[in-house]
Design a protein around this ligand. Structure first.
Ligand code: GLU
Length: 280
């Protein structure tokens, strides 16, 4: 049986692009008699707001979407993420990083090492006396890739029927627990998709690169790999990304204006932007 999910972050209001993604995930499950789940990704304590979560849930119900289990809130699952971090730390795959944003920006723009990834400044540094200083935890990518290879062989995933090879090393030593949040998106999303029995992850093409990291974490934590379906993003009337478009209506705006939610969802299913939704 298929289980899909929609996993918004309550850091703002949903727009039509989110609705498009939620509908695709919902319909994939519904068309095949499967289950659809809703998870609120609210681990970012500084940017997440409970009122946004409430609005998101009302927006999705307004669209006519239904889900088959109580909504899961990541903020209630922090000990699960902490246990996974402890395991990766015990396996020697994490290191604390004390760099500030400014230091990282400077290191990354250094002429000799022009690189878009964290240069590994804190890797291998003896941090025993510094653990009361603010720090995040980074994955030692080279060690992680070699541990995953030894454990699971070459890593790949099925993306809408196409086999994709995972190349997480391109992203360097990614952060798995932030200074201000006990887990990163990468860690929480990977653990929760497995914990909720998600077989099919439907999400926008903008998250494709993240899947390289998720596939690696699945190998390191002995978690199953779902099928992925990264879809093209819904674009605005001028071909622009909706999230970035100034003045794009939020779902809450449309709902409050009395727009018919299920009819709007059907427009999006046909790939059409709802008429009158944009002041072009
Ligand atoms: N919470 C993420 C976001 O809103 C999406 C998570 C996912 O679908 O994997 O961008």
């Amino acid at each position: 049986m298929i289980t899909s999910r929609f996993a918004p972050s309550p850091t703002g209001r949903l727009h039509l692009g989110h609705a498009f993604s939620a509908i695709r995930a919902h319909d994939l499950a519904r068309d095949r008699g499967g289950a659809f789940l809703l998870r609120i990704e609210d681990i970012d304590g500084t940017r997440s707001r409970p009122e946004h979560a409430e609005t998101i849930i009302a927006d999705l119900a307004w669209l006519g979407l239904t889900w088959d289990a109580p909504v899961v809130f990541q903020s209630e699952r922090l000990e699960v993420y902490a246990a996974a971090l402890a395991r990766l730390r015990a396996d020697g795959l994490l290191y604390p990083c004390f760099c500030t944003r400014a230091e990282i920006a400077e290191a990354m723009s250094a002429p000799h090492g022009a690189t878009a990834v964290y240069p590994g400044t804190c890797r291998g540094v003896d941090a025993r006396d510094r653990m009361n200083e603010p720090h995040c935890w980074r994955l030692d990518m080279a060690a992680a890739v070699s541990a995953a290879g030894a454990r699971a062989g070459p890593l790949d995933w099925n993306d809408a029927g196409v086999r994709v090879r995972a190349v997480p090393e391109q992203q360097g030593d990614v952060v798995l627990a932030r200074k201000d949040a006990p887990a990163s998106y990468h860690l929480a999303v990977t653990i929760d998709d497995a914990a909720q029995g998600v077989t099919d992850v439907v999400r926008g093409r903008d998250l494709f690169e993240a899947t390289h990291i998720h596939r690696l974490l699945q190998a390191l934590l002995d978690l199953p790999t779902p099928r992925y379906h990264h879809h093209e993003l819904l674009l605005g009337p001028y071909g622009e990304r909706l999230a970035k478009r100034h003045g794009a209506p939020t779902l809450a705006n449309l709902r409050e204006d009395g727009v018919d939610g299920p009819a709007l969802a059907d427009d999006l299913r046909r790939g059409q932007l709802p008429k009158g939704a944009f002041r072009t």
